[in-house]
Design a protein around this ligand. Structure first.
Ligand SMILES: Cc1ncc(COP(=O)(O)O)c(C=O)c1O
Length: 418
């Protein structure tokens, strides 16, 4: 048993939040084709989410990027107007801006890996209309300063809460500060339905426009829904276990993705700034069911993340690595360390030999994943030096519900010996 424990593959992504009951639910839903698209779970999930955040309107979509696209399309902006957002972000956030005919303008990051208010001031132009903040990896952005800048410059604040469900700032829930905000329930987010997202606002006029947008779009195809329902089942019961045998799991995963049996988090088109056919779409009932089921575990998940974070804090504090500053009200979608003057590729390679898989794609380039065409995202190298530096030195550690103290021990032991 101890021998097996040592070689148990540890993953930062793939299907991090799924427990046995979530997998069982997905499996059960595979056989309930009749309720894949329409059903009562969509409204139920929206209502629970609305009550939790204490907001007036929530509108579900099949992803965070669909929700963001709907918000942008509903703001009445003109082609070419500018959206300020931080570098060290995901191409999914940038693409919604590009697909709306708007222009992303990148702002450098601060010591919390969030949008730097000082650089924000420098990047505002006559064309600036929206500031989007990210709350990176569950750490809130500097809201007081940013809200003040938005007010002084007549800019709309939108919150990207893809990483920060359950986070507060001075006691108030993240996602309730902006004119609008959105959350993601992607495969490796705070809670997960493999694909899923929600737009949030207290503004009745904006809500009506987002609802109109949502009404006009379709549900994704049955085949797409099937792919998402299969994801937790195949990753947990086939792919991850097969990683124990010469990384066989990797080849099986690649084969399933190639054969379109499983989806990818980001389509290869998106890395070139192009839109895949399944964006934007409504959330299907089956995925709303998975999201609602996970939503009920939110406190449990975030409490666990904090416990593992305390363990990492304690065990990594004597090292020469930089730990980004921490806000007491934060959660942890990832636990980040910055390893300067080291080749992080080499560290990932060494970790893989010990069956610790730490590559979550959040590294190397200001717009992730690293094989994203930075030019097509509108990013010019040199404009956000801190984001570029962080991307080169960051190493994210897993912290999700399937990481036990023993796993965390194995990870810290590996890091310490590097
Ligand atoms: C910061 C950030 N914003 C937005 C998104 C988009 O979310 P989704 O994958 O649900 O479209 C993601 C995840 O991909 C993200 O990491």
């Amino acid at each position: 048993m101890k021998f097996f424990q040592h070689f148990k593959p540890i993953f930062i992504s793939l299907s991090p939040n799924t427990e046995k009951d979530d997998i069982f639910l997905a499996l059960k839903l595979i056989f309930k084709l009749k309720v894949w698209k329409r059903g009562e779970k969509i409204k139920e999930f929206e209502e629970e989410f609305r009550k939790y955040l204490g907001v007036k309107h929530v509108i579900t979509f099949n992803s965070g990027r669909s929700a963001f696209l709907a918000i942008l399309k509903s703001l009445g902006l003109k082609k070419g107007e500018e959206i300020l957002l931080q570098a060290f972000t995901c191409n999914a956030a940038v693409n919604s801006i590009i697909w709306s005919g708007l222009k992303p303008v990148f702002v450098d990051i601060d010591e919390t890996l969030n949008l730097n208010p000082k650089d924000l001031k420098r990047k505002i132009t006559e064309q600036s209309r929206v500031v989007m903040i990210q709350h990176t990896f569950g750490h809130s952005a500097k809201l007081d300063e940013i809200l003040k800048i938005c007010k002084e410059n007549n800019l709309v604040l939108i919150e990207d809460c893809a990483h920060s469900l359950g986070v507060t700032y001075k006691g108030k829930k993240i996602g309730t500060f902006g004119e609008g905000s959105f959350f993601s329930f992607g495969r490796d987010k705070i809670i997960s339905s493999v694909y899923g997202g929600i737009a949030v606002t207290n503004n009745d006029v904006l809500a009506k426009k987002i609802e109109d947008f949502q009404e006009k779009i379709d549900f994704p195809s049955n085949f797409w829904i099937f792919q998402q329902l299969l994801h937790p089942v195949l990753t947990n019961y086939l792919i991850i276990p097969l990683y124990s045998f010469f990384e066989l799991g990797r080849w099986v995963l690649l084969a399933f993705q190639k054969l379109k049996i499983l989806s990818k988090a980001v389509h290869k088109k998106e890395k070139q700034g192009k839109k895949p056919s399944y964006i934007p779409k409504k959330i299907p009932n089956a995925l709303a069911f998975l999201a609602l089921y996970q939503f009920k575990k939110l406190n449990k998940f975030n409490t666990h993340r904090k416990e593992i974070a305390r363990f990492y804090d304690k065990n990594l504090k004597d090292l020469r690595f930089v730990l980004p500053k921490k806000h007491p009200e934060r959660t942890y979608m990832r636990y980040s360390i910055l390893i300067e003057n080291y080749d992080t590729d080499e560290i990932l390679k060494q970790a893989r030999k010990q069956k610790i898989f730490l590559d979550d794609g959040w590294r190397k380039t200001p717009i992730v994943p690293p094989d994203t065409d930075q030019g097509k995202m509108g990013y010019t190298f040199g404009t956000c030096p801190q984001a570029e530096k962080v991307a080169k030195s960051i190493l994210n550690l897993p912290i999700h519900i399937n990481i036990s103290k023993k796993d965390a021990q194995r990870i810290t032991k590996f890091i310490i010996t590097k």
